[in-house]
Ligand binder design. Sequence first.
Ligand code: KG4
Ligand code: ZN
Length: 359
Amino acid sequence: MIILGIETSCDETAAAVVRGAGDKVEVLSNVVASQIEIHKKYGGVVPEIAAREHVLNILPVINEALEKANLTPFNSLFVRRVEAIAVTVGPGLVTSLLVGVETAKTLAYVWRAPVVAINHIEGHIYANFIKPPLPPSSGGRQRTIKFPAVILTVSGGHTMLVLMSGHGQYKVLGETRDDAAGEAFDKAAQLLGLGYPGGPAVAREAERFTGSDAGTGRIKLPRPMMDSANFDFSFSGLKTALFYQLERNKDWQERVSEYAAEFQRAAVEVLVAKTVKAAKALNCQTVMLSGGVAANLELRSQLGKAVAEQLAGANLIIPQFTYCTDNAAMIAAAGYFRAKRKDFVPWQKLKTEPNQELA
Ligand code: KG4
Ligand code: ZN
């Protein structure tokens, strides 16, 4: 089944074409027009500007995705070849979502193609279902996803532990009570003068620090809610603790990488501990990672170690880097599994759901 995915929930205009068969999803094209350079000077996403950029980019991006997948628009045959359109309806910025949703609706009307409405978080989760390029050494074997699975979703807007008991079946086990993990990275970067987006900047800076005493004495940040008896998170205190430490330590500018390393370590430790705790408590054999912060190397490696050491026989599934941050291939992948179940929305009823919860 050939699916066109459309994603405009925040500041990336994205379109992708995937082919789904059985339980496998293969990406035929994946186009992302990033607005990072535009929002950089404001230190964050400006919704009004994001929406205007989506309007400029959406059709060229879709056109490019179709061309790269060898589906030429304006060709009558093509109409039959896109078998469903998957679009992000929420959560996200309403003015941004509107652009993708209205475009999907129009294409569905013109092409007579069915539409699937996708939750953005569900999209992030399905980045794990995209077929990875198989390294020759793997002998063609892929790690299998077995339900129930625990998924740690960490992005700029969300931090959640989700129990997935089957396709489209989710239970939110816990979430952040204040800032999202990605947001915390972004704010820490701002405090440390590292620019925007903060996640990759903090990670790069942390990597420069090779001192053996990171986090063991000189600089120590809290691990918020590490031992709480639930699966919730809190990151605003971590950011505040960093702020006060910088205020107190006048020489901090000479030790930026040390602060970045300890900040990253604190955030990663809490995320890893809670994820493993959830997988243990719920007897899950599969752990998945998703969202923009899933691109963080320290998180990937620490979670890998913890799963191997503490969850006997369990598998950790991690998306390829390209599919961690916002993209439409993950939306199309989620769309494929919904389309398989014929979970379509009549185009007349398609609408944005800016505060939609994962259900
Ligand atoms: O999933 P995403 O593209 O957008 C949302 O749905 O929010 O996530 C963006 C977030 C940003 O906060 C960014 O700083 C963070 O992901 N991020 C990272 C890394 N790459 C992106 N955080 C930590 N380490 C990274 N390597
Ligand atoms: Zn996202």
